[in-house]
Design a protein around this ligand. Structure first.
Ligand SMILES: [Fe+2]
Length: 267
């Protein structure tokens, strides 16, 4: 298993309002809340004109920022930049990339193919879609409890089979649901990034889990939508939850615009 910070969170989703423009003060409270909760949304209690400088500061203090950006036009090759744009682009066909489309995005984890993954992912919002576009979160523990009842055989396979995800020269092999830490399941899943070299059985397992999520989890009580207005941000432990996106209304390029990065947790 990749090295992942192990935490027994008490809560799932938390929200607070920043009452300071000092990234150090905001990040300190954020870290405290992230030790208690798997997802934390941050709203701003005042206007901050330079959002990039503010969120650079917050992520500097939150942990060790990793340069996660990928180049869509170059098969997802990493660019070495900290922030990656997730924005609607009217010139890119909807099915070419979730990052630039207005489609719903299936539930997944972000770091499925990264050998040395981020612990906490970060979104901050530049432009909000006129409607829709919320990021939807599923608590990994609640998902596992539900699967114990309605899909125990699938859960057994997912928690005992090593599966390889791969993209642009990066790859990682994990259980899709790792139950080795009692009461604290870890998830690693991105349907579209299954390795081309995987066995037919493992490709089927990847497909079966996607179909389970579509049929039983998407739109169910397990999925909690979190919407962001410009300046708002959300932070989540990538391996402790699944996330996806609601479809949204968009007409022209940049109608929805999110900046994304991730950090390694530093104790
Ligand atoms: Fe994602």
């Amino acid at each position: 298993m990749a090295k992942i910070k192990s935490i027994a969170h008490k809560g799932f989703i938390d929200e607070f309002e920043a009452r300071s423009t000092d990234p150090k003060i905001v990040a300190k409270e954020l870290r405290e809340r992230l030790l208690e909760n798997k997802v934390v949304k941050l709203t701003l209690g005042m206007h901050i004109s330079d959002l990039r400088a503010f969120f650079d500061g917050v992520t500097d203090e939150l942990g060790e920022p990793l340069n996660i950006a990928e180049d869509f036009s170059n098969a997802g090759e990493q660019t070495g930049e900290r922030w990656m744009e997730i924005r609607y682009d009217e010139d890119i066909p909807d099915l070419a990339a979730f990052r630039h489309s207005k489609n719903a995005q299936p539930l997944h984890t972000d770091e499925s193919y990264i050998d040395d993954p981020c612990d906490v992912m970060v979104f901050y919002c530049k432009n909000k879609a006129p409607a829709g576009g919320q990021t939807c979160f599923v608590d990994g523990s609640a998902l596992v409890e539900r699967m114990k009842v309605i899909a125990p055989e699938l859960l057994d396979k997912l928690s005992t089979t090593d599966v390889c995800y791969e993209k642009a020269g990066n790859k990682r092999v994990e259980k899709i649901i790792d139950l080795s830490i009692p009461g604290n399941p870890l998830l690693n899943f991105n349907y579209t990034c299954i390795s081309k070299n995987e066995t037919p059985e493992n490709k089927k397992l990847n497909q079966d889990f996607l179909e389970f999520l579509v049929s039983h989890v998407r739109g169910s009580f397990l999925e909690i939508p979190v919407g962001l207005k410009p300046g708002e941000s959300v932070y989540w432990w990538d391996h402790y939850v699944l996330h996806g996106r609601n479809p949204f209304e968009a007409y022209k390029t940049d109608d929805r615009f999110i900046w994304k990065t991730g950090v390694k947790w530093v104790d």
